[in-house]
Design a protein around this ligand. Sequence first.
Ligand SMILES: [Zn+2]
Length: 111
Amino acid sequence: MSMWRCSVCGLIYEGEEAPDVCPKCGAGKDKFEKVAEDKETLINRSRFSNGLHMELYGMMTKIVELAQKGIDDNLDPACVKIFNEEKEAALMFQRKIMAELQTHMNKSKWG
Ligand SMILES: [Zn+2]
């Protein structure tokens, strides 16, 4: 399978041949260019890494939810302190993940 890039909108299409029309912007087949093999590898690696970030982002959401339950339960100050720290750490990682993914998209590494 090869990768084809729409020169109009940047969409990456995977297939034996370029599509007749770009599914994103409607440009014709002649507007597609084959993605070089080294670039293809980079795109695949970025997708893998982005997938890991998204999975971890979901786990952080779970951490925030669990920590919030602990905060609401309010057993004693020591417990609540830890729950607050866990919540803050998870939110911080989520902000970092979003910033990094934004960087990838700006660099058009995101297929
Ligand atoms: Zn396009």
